[in-house]
Design a protein around this ligand. Structure first.
Ligand SMILES: [Ca+2]
Length: 345
């Protein structure tokens, strides 16, 4: 027992002599300091993560808000189309409220931002790009599932600079594509043209505003652009007379004084009252009418709605096609800033 006490007492003595009180306090202070530093680092890291999550949630909220703003634009356009169809179902033309209506479609406040519905088109005279606030009827375009080889070929010759042989080859490829020999079904979207040989992004960009897959193939003579009239087989001078008839006295398209063909049976007589038609022009127009190429009504409307939040860069663009007969959307594409587009069917 005496030995044990001596040994223990000796150890305590040795430890105290090696670890003086000041040194022990220093060690504790050092541990506490490191703990504080580590806690501070953890707190900063946690704060950074929380900030990131807050920013992410805010971005999701902005994305949702701006989508709803663009959606409000789509609903506004559909309401205008339905109202016009209910009030004047006989024919559709460019002075309709769905077609040219800056008061309803330009920078319209909605929620925390604004929406606009607009599209660009080219001047018949000089090809300048012009803007209009409204929707676009698909019946002004060539249906690539219905059009003949010559019509498609002519569109590619006029718009892409391809010569007759190259354009004929593309037209043949499109017709083969939609025939039973290959795909066994019509094109489901105009973007499907990009899968066809010789049609790259550049070529597609030059013809995409003139083609559709959503109509029955008939062209609305009240809304069609001059280029498409020529592709149908009208002489340029006759296409020009139709465009000038539609513009009315002010010679400006889509204004209140515009003229419109109220029925297919009135096309030649209405045009003849406006300007002189040669026998050849009458025959030219009569041939196309008898082939059933024209209509005066539209049933499918493309709406391009862009929503934007006030004071922020976030925006959302919706492109859709509304079919009035069935009262439903037949095409839907939504695109947010910096994000890949998603396509819904
Ligand atoms: Ca006019």
């Amino acid at each position: 027992m005496q030995r044990a006490i001596n040994i223990d007492g000796g150890w305590n003595k040795s430890w105290r002599s090696n670890c003086p009180e000041g040194s022990r306090r220093g060690s504790i202070f050092f541990v506490v300091l490191w703990t504080i530093v580590l806690l501070a680092i953890f707190a900063v890291s946690l704060g950074h993560r929380v900030q990131q999550k807050i920013r992410f949630v805010n971005r999701l909220e902005d994305k949702n808000k701006v989508y709803l703003i663009a959606l409000a634009g789509v609903n506004r356009a559909i309401a205008q189309i339905k109202a016009k169809k209910k009030e004047y179902p006989e024919y559709d033309c460019l002075k309709d409220t769905w077609s040219s209506n800056p008061e309803s479609f330009r920078e319209i406040p909605a929620g925390e931002g604004k929406f606009s519905i607009s599209y660009s088109h080219r001047s018949w005279e000089n090809g300048d790009v012009l803007s209009r606030f409204g929707a676009i009827d698909e019946e002004r375009k060539i249906n690539v599932n219905k059009a003949g080889r010559e019509m498609i070929s002519f569109l590619f010759q006029r718009q892409t600079g391809f010569d007759r042989t190259q354009a004929d080859e593309i037209a043949t490829a499109i017709i083969d594509w939609r025939d039973a020999d290959s795909k066994n079904s019509p094109l489901e979207s105009i973007e499907e043209l990009l899968l066809i040989k010789s049609i790259d992004e550049k070529t597609f960009s030059r013809i995409k505003d003139y083609v559709t897959v959503y109509t029955d193939g008939k062209i609305n003579i009240n809304t069609v652009e001059g280029l498409v009239l020529v592709c149908l087989g009208l002489k340029e001078e006759l296409a020009d007379k139709i465009i000038r008839f539609r513009r009315g006295h002010d010679s400006i398209e889509a204004t209140d004084d515009d003229n419109a063909f109220s029925a297919i049976s009135n096309i030649i007589s209405d045009l003849h009252q406006f300007c002189e038609l040669s026998q050849e022009e009458r025959q030219n127009l009569s041939n196309l009418i008898s082939q059933g190429l024209f209509t005066v009504c539209s049933e499918n409307f493309m709406i391009k709605s862009q929503g934007k939040l006030d004071g922020r860069d976030e925006y959302c663009k919706i492109v859709c096609i509304f079919r009035t007969q069935e009262g439903k959307i037949v095409y839907w594409q939504r695109q947010n800033l910096g994000l890949a587009s998603e396509t819904l069917s």
